[in-house]
Design a protein around this ligand. Structure first.
Ligand code: ADP
Ligand code: MG
Length: 682
């Protein structure tokens, strides 16, 4: 079988399971083998005596079944119970709705029970324990167990079995030339796939991971390079004779553009006029003022007869850009219409926008990736901008570059990638960096605050609100969860409302609200109709409310550094002094990471410090980095492999640019078979 065979071809995957897999975006066999475990789990050694300090929790015990095991049948459910002793501690065992466990529990038998144990006033109790013979348990213990992302109705066991079956059926051909593999000492691809799912040891896992990281970068860089080679033929300069509005707006802006912003605009102009560079990356830390650069560049296009589009990774941000652009147009009397295009709009609304774009009307369109769907046709698209590119990830970037048109592409990112890495990842682009923040900005003041001192934080927020400012409070969860103790916005907002009654109004924002609800909430906050916004990380990307001066992040120790930096970037966007309070919860054993943020507001510095802390090979399971959205690779941690791949791909293409040799043909087949993973899974 091949990567692009349907998932239902796998033994044991019927319609029903396939539907569940589809919810996780898994439709082909290739998707499944590339669906790496979220983390791994090792069964603990079974104990024959309770540890002295045992307070309850998941445990593995070795016991002999002493008494006959009974099942009490009732209308509601069957309850199976027995008692065992561990050392000299009696333990009650209970299974609900599992009468068949009796068959595994004959008196006299030695078993290992794995599950949650609790202590209450009647003694120790274990419920729903998994039952193993010592041999079975030894087998389980001899390997790491994959733990997958799941969806309701789909069990880890089902995923595990299906992955196992696909690995058996799939013919995996190692398409990377042998010379490179042996040079780097990589394991072969079939083994890497086997071991990323079912490693026996951490070392095996590490080797498998390195190989798959290599492959993910290889695939990406090769595709980008091949696209680039194709596109070179299309280059032609654009003429931009008119610049009335552009100059007028620049002149009327309430602030002076920073040197970095001016450099970017000049670089874009040069690209367009000379026609030899059609893609540019603009890197600028949060708050460096990328939006106005986008607007001015798009205005320059419009004045000269071109349509232009800007794409944002979330609907919240797209809607915000839409409002900003409309305000600019009104304020500066710019005569071009602004349209919004998002997945959540009705079919009728979308159709209207499509019609405008396909007509010869000069306009700005702002949207989410709804913009790059096949249905969307432009009459005269001159420029496409992707904002917060790092959040789109690899796949959408590919899609943009394969879209039929050949507009000038501008990519904006707040991810602080060192220049050498950026040149590899964005090898098809020129890079501009906005180094300096606008002149009027004061550095954000940071504090790490213990949960116990929260009241002080609230008092501080109250003072800022009294002074006319606004505050964000971020919680990790939407609603209360049984498995984690972190704060949730739903209950938290109620608490804040009570606490600030009469003093401040409170808004709530999270990802499960409808787009209209989200827009209303954001709009009210932007207009200072609500003073405090209690939100999940949906505000992380791009949101701009310069009057907000306080960011308070609950359970800050549970977020990634890059994410915290982006969240903090929601304040410090105006001339007033801003503050960020990181609330540390009791699960925080080591605040080193928070200390990094506390000590620096500079994205580049933070990324570098983070890397130093993590160290190479420091992972358990696969870290989901928000940057560039690679599945397994991490651009910072795997920088060495990225460099390696860049050299290898360069070498392959310089000898065989069209991939026509025998080695090249193998690569080509692989790219073709795995195309779906790049282009379809948006
Ligand atoms: P980001 O780079 O994070 O996307 P934005 O473009 O949203 O940042 O800009 C943040 C804020 O800074 C906005 O309110 C914007 O109007 C303002 N701004 C942009 N450029 C300047 C400047 N040169 N001087 C002062 N304020 C600016
Ligand atoms: Mg932005």
């Amino acid at each position: 079988m091949n990567y692009n065979d349907d998932i239902t071809k796998i033994k044991g995957v019927g319609e029903k399971t396939a539907k569940l897999f589809q919810k996780l975006n898994l439709t082909q066999i290739g998707d499944l083998v590339n669906f790496y475990p979220r983390t791994y789990f090792a069964y603990p050694d079974a104990v024959e005596e309770l540890p002295e300090d045992f307070e309850g929790g998941t445990i593995s015990i070795l016991v002999r079944i002493q008494k006959k095991v009974f099942t009490k049948h009732s209308a509601r459910m069957d309850v199976t119970t027995t008692q065992v002793t561990l050392g000299d501690t009696p333990i009650s065992l209970v299974w609900f709705r599992m009468p068949y466990v009796r068959n595994q529990l004959e008196p006299g038998k030695l078993v290992i029970l794995y599950g949650p144990m609790k202590k209450d006033n009647t003694g120790y109790k274990m419920e729903q324990a998994a039952i193993y013979t010592p041999e079975q348990y030894r087998t389980l213990q001899s390997s790491l167990q994959p733990v997958y992302h799941l969806t309701k109705g789909l069990s880890n066991q089902t995923v595990k079995k299906s992955v196992q079956a696909s690995l058996e059926e799939l013919s995996i051909v190692d398409y990377v030339p042998e010379a490179f593999l042996s040079k780097h000492g990589f394991v072969e691809l079939p083994l890497a796939y086997e071991k990323i799912h079912f490693p026996l040891t951490m070392d095996e896992l590490g080797e498998a991971r390195r190989r798959l990281v290599y492959d993910e970068f290889f695939d990406f860089i090769l595709r980008v390079q091949l696209e680039k080679a194709k596109e070179e033929i299309e280059y032609h300069p654009i003429e931009l004779p008119v610049r009335n509005l552009y100059d007028k707006v620049r002149w009327q802006l309430p602030f002076q553009l920073t040197a970095g912003q001016v450099d970017c605009l000049e670089a874009i102009e040069r690209d367009l006029l000379q026609g030899d560079c059609r893609q540019r990356l603009i890197q600028g830390d949060v708050g460096s003022g990328k939006t106005i650069v986008a607007f001015l560049a798009m205005l320059r296009m419009a004045e000269n007869g071109y349509q232009s589009a800007i794409m944002a990774p979330t609907e919240v941000l797209a809607a915000q850009h839409y409002e900003t652009f409309r305000e600019y147009c009104e304020l500066y009397q710019v005569p071009y219409p602004v349209y919004l295009l998002m997945g959540s709009m009705s079919a009728k609304e979308k159709k209207e926008v499509y019609a405008h774009l396909a007509s010869n009307e000069i306009c700005f369109v702002i949207g989410t990736h709804a913009l790059i769907q096949k249905k969307v046709e432009f009459h005269n698209l001159g420029m496409v901008i992707t904002d917060e590119q790092h959040r789109f990830g690899v796949k959408q970037r590919m899609n943009l570059s394969v879209k039929g048109e050949h507009p000038y592409v501008l990519v904006m990112s707040a991810t602080p990638i060192p220049r050498t890495l950026a040149m590899i990842l964005y090898g098809d682009m020129q890079i501009s960096t906005i180094r300096s923040a606008p002149k009027d900005r004061l550095p954000i003041k940071n504090a790490i605050i213990d949960e116990a001192n929260r009241t002080k934080a609230y008092q501080f927020i109250a003072r800022e609100i009294q002074a006319g400012h606004q505050a964000y409070i971020i919680c990790p969860l939407i609603e209360a969860s049984e498995t984690t103790e972190a704060e949730n916005v739903t209950e938290y907002a109620k608490k804040i409302e009570r606490l600030f009654a009469g003093k401040a109004t409170v808004g709530v924002l999270h990802g499960r609200m409808t787009p209209e609800e989200k827009n209303t909430v954001m709009h009210r906050f932007a207009e200072n109709e609500t003073n405090i916004l209690v939100s999940t990380t949906v505000v992380e990307v791009g949101v701009n409310v310069p009057n907000a001066t306080v960011m308070m992040i609950e359970n800050a120790n549970r977020f990634g550094l890059a994410q915290l930096h982006q969240l903090r970037g929601r304040v410090g966007r105006g001339s007033a002094q801003s503050y960020c309070m990181f609330i540390k919860d009791k699960s925080c054993k080591d605040a080193k990471r928070l200390e990094i943020l506390n000590g620096s507001n500079d994205g580049f510095e933070i990324a570098a410090e983070d890397l130093k802390l993590r160290g190479p090979g420091d992972f358990y399971g696969i870290r989901q980095s928000g940057d560039m959205n690679f599945t397994i690779a991490d651009i910072y941690q795997d920088a060495d492999i990225l460099t390696m791949v860049s050299e290898d791909v360069g070498q392959i293409l310089s000898l065989d640019p069209e991939l026509t040799s025998a080695d090249g043909a193998l690569i080509r087949t692989h790219l073709k078979q795995t195309e779906h993973q790049i282009y379809d899974n948006l």
